[in-house]
Design a protein. Structure first.
Length: 242
């Protein structure tokens, strides 16, 4: 399976372990992440129009040192899945998606007609953080997450997406259940190098392949995760409605 993520640092977090999670299950997934830090749908749209080589190309969770344009990436190979997402600081604002996501979806379908188009739902900021309260204007992560989910659900319906990868919902599930997980961010907004990125990778794998994740043997994390926490994450991902 070939996956292209048109995103930013949040898709970088989500795709860091995906290739190797699949490999541990005997499956071959190659994933390219088009990276610009904090990139909004508006900027992706402007890059689409300009054809600028504005994206750092990341392959199977690693930086390559190459830069590409959106069209070069889309036409590079036959993609099975292409994902779109909004920047986190705009993710809870429904008006920020239009008309950009519609235009980008049409462009993806023109350049990669065989690909399924998925929405990557991003996640809320950490409770009590300045980014949550002062920048986003929320008193709780749960309140932000509710609006983020609603905005992405509407966007997916708008473009007729094949599905939503519910990363934000998974993070709230892990943080609100009594399972020993209290921290999932590394800087109040990005995913932690261990628990956060692992949970996202497992979720993407299950959402895009429909395979079970219980017992997946991948353990080569950038930050240690206790084995009992690995089991908690696997059960949480397996229980998600996808």
């Amino acid at each position: 399976m070939n996956i292209l993520a048109i995103g930013n640092s949040f898709s970088e977090d989500a795709t860091r372990y995906l290739h190797n999670i699949a490999r541990a299950d005997g499956e071959r997934i190659n994933v390219v992440n088009l990276y610009i830090g904090g990139c909004t749908l508006d900027r992706h749209y402007r890059n689409m129009l300009s054809g600028d080589r504005a994206y750092e190309l990341q392959y199977n969770g690693f930086k390559t040192g190459f830069t590409v344009s959106l069209s070069e990436a889309l036409l590079n190979r036959s993609w099975d899945v292409v994902t779109l997402q909004q920047a986190s600081l705009s993710s809870f604002k429904p008006d920020s998606y239009r008309p950009y996501i519609e235009e980008l979806a049409a462009y993806v379908r023109k350049c990669a007609p065989k690909a399924k188009l998925y929405i990557h739902e991003t996640w809320a900021y950490e409770d009590g953080s300045d980014r949550l309260e002062k920048l986003a204007g929320y008193s709780s992560a749960a309140a932000m997450a509710k609006d983020v989910v609603a905005a992405y659900t509407a966007a997916a319906s708008l473009i007729g997406a094949s599905g939503v990868i519910p990363s934000g919902e998974l993070f709230m599930k892990l943080l609100t259940e009594d399972n020993g997980i209290s921290v999932i961010h590394r800087d109040t907004f990005h995913a932690s190098f261990g628990i956060g990125r692992y949970a996202l990778g497992l979720l993407w794998y299950r959402a895009l392949t429909k395979k079970d994740v219980i017992g997946n043997a991948f353990r080569d994390f950038d930050e240690p995760i206790p084995e009992d926490t690995v089991a908690v994450i696997q059960r949480a991902v397996q229980s998600m409605k996808i």
